[in-house]
Design a protein around this ligand. Structure first.
Ligand code: 5AD
Ligand code: SF4
Length: 476
């Protein structure tokens, strides 16, 4: 794909800012200030997208509310990864019939991965007539123009053309925390894992220019952000499509040169493309957190092949061994799917044995959910949901034991943590994260939020550590 067709020209971006002004003028003519609500389902990429939507709404003069009854504009940013996520969105849409009845002027927008699917658009068109506008992730950058059309033409609008993927720079943004920030480095996915809907709704892989990413990171560090997560469906493919190709490890090296007291982490890494160069770079770069989310999905090579993952159990284990040899304190997490179509009990148990062999710090575990339009959804799936649940519970038991054991190993240590928020628990009023991303509930008061401190770990459980504030940590 020609890069000129992928990157939205600055004039087009500027035109959207004009639509924001026009909407602001329309809204200012109303009796009371406009209130907007953005509700986000799904992954960090959606969280980052919602921050852009909020940025655009703020430019239109909107304030934000969490109460749908008060909102003049509601944007539901959806996830399509599993059926459950879709059900929750339909539930939310159902509830909004009441708010719309009470306030017929209310504008309801549906966007994100679920909205990009034709069958969803069709269902919303017919059965959720109170939804005014649907647009997919590809159209996010022109939200102001779409919203302006809905406001002025008073008709429903569907913008889910299967456009090639785009990159839109310079969109306004509302960042929610002053400590942590997300930076998308690439969009889309070319991997077509056989169970996954993402490549169909987020388009082909495209990388942002390294200069844009570096400028954003520098700005965030200058503004005082301390924990920056680089986002992409598969960050290891970064740069393959750039006019002057560079890889993800080169990008990390460049980012690491930004001076300041901050960590940079990233997700998600596909194991097939994560190699020695990446691990050596992580080990070498002082700002790069020694944390790796390396989804294995299954511990059985036949199932991995059927999933189209591009590596075997042994190849995965070898990568983990190498990563740990250069980063002995590496915090390692993974995603697992139990009950892929045709998976046998013995194959599922291979996954548990891999989990035990690796000893992950934490896991994100899922029962397979068929996604219409993906190859796996067409495969015979003879095992009952109940049986899959039994395997799944065994996996959880194994991981819970491992996490509890790893966490217990921290007790007594003094470690550097970043205080990132309040918890509402009087005994441990603060939340913080270790370099590896482990949650530490902490004593102390909120003046510490945003600083690195030394925590003495006094207790732990399966999910978290508990620490006492020892002192402000020295600069690294
Ligand atoms: N069913 C269950 N889990 C899935 N994931 C992706 N697609 C599916 C599906 N159809 C999981 C994978 C992925 C994570 C984001 O969601 O583990 O890594
Ligand atoms: Fe889905 Fe696989 Fe792409 Fe991840 S790498 S988004 S699991 S297709």
């Amino acid at each position: 794909m020609d890069r000129n067709q992928v990157v939205i020209p600055p004039e087009q971006i500027a035109r959207q800012r004009e639509f924001e002004k026009k909407i602001r003028a329309l809204l200012e003519a109303r009796q009371r200030p406009c209130q907007a609500l953005v509700e986000t389902f799904g992954c960090q990429q959606n969280v980052a997208d919602s921050q852009r939507l909020m940025g655009m709404l703020r430019e239109m003069g909107c304030a934000f509310t969490e109460d749908p009854r008060e909102a003049d504009i509601i944007v539901i940013n959806t996830c399509a990864i599993r059926e459950n996520a879709e059900k929750r969105v339909y539930g939310t849409l159902g509830q909004l019939t009441h708010t719309k009845e009470a306030n017929p002027q209310q504008i309801i927008c549906l966007c994100g991965c679920m909205a990009q699917q034709e069958r969803v658009a069709q269902k919303v068109r017919e059965s959720y007539r109170h939804v005014d506008m649907i647009f997919g992730p590809q159209a996010l950058w022109k939200f102001p123009e779409l919203l302006y059309q809905v406001c002025t033409q008073h008709r429903r609008l569907f913008s889910i053309d299967d456009e090639h993927g785009t990159i839109a720079e310079g969109l306004p943004v509302v960042r929610e925390s002053g400590v942590k920030a997300w930076v998308s480095i690439m969009y889309g996915c070319n991997n077509f894992c056989s169970y996954c809907i993402v490549p169909y709704v987020r388009g082909r892989e495209r990388s942002r220019d390294p200069e844009e990413i570096l400028a954003e990171v520098r700005e965030l560090v200058a503004e005082g952000y301390r924990d920056i997560t680089l986002l992409g469906q598969n960050v290891n493919s970064y740069g393959k499509d750039l006019p002057q190709p560079m890889d993800f490890a080169d990008l990390l090296t460049a980012i690491d040169q930004t001076p300041g007291d901050y960590y940079v982490r990233f997700m998600t890494s596909h194991p097939k493309d994560a190699g020695e160069k990446l691990f050596d770079t992580m080990a070498r770069c002082s700002h790069v957190a020694k944390q790796l989310h390396l989804p294995v999905q299954s511990g059985n090579s036949r199932v991995l092949h059927a999933m189209n993952r591009g590596y075997t159990r042994e190849q995965y284990l070898e990568k983990v061994r190498y990563a740990r040899s250069v980063m002995p304190d590496l915090v390692l997490t993974s995603d697992i799917i139990i009950g892929f179509p045709g998976e046998t009990e013995a194959e599922a148990m291979d996954t548990i044995s891999l989990v035990e062999e690796v000893g992950y710090d934490a896991l994100f575990t899922f029962i397979y959910s068929p996604r219409p339009g993906t190859p796996a959804a067409k495969l015979p799936d003879p095992v009952s949901r109940e049986e899959k649940q039994v395997w799944f519970d065994r996996l959880l038991d194994a991981q819970n034991r491992i996490s509890a054991q790893i966490h217990a190993g921290y007790v007594g240590q003094e470690i550097r943590v970043l205080v990132d928020g309040e918890s509402g628990d009087v005994r441990w009023p603060l939340t913080s994260r270790t370099e590896g991303g482990r949650l530490v509930h902490l004593t102390g008061d909120k003046s510490a939020i945003g600083s690195f401190v030394t925590a003495k770990i006094v207790d732990s459980n399966t999910w978290a550590l508990f620490g006492e504030l020892a002192e402000a940590a020295p600069q690294r």
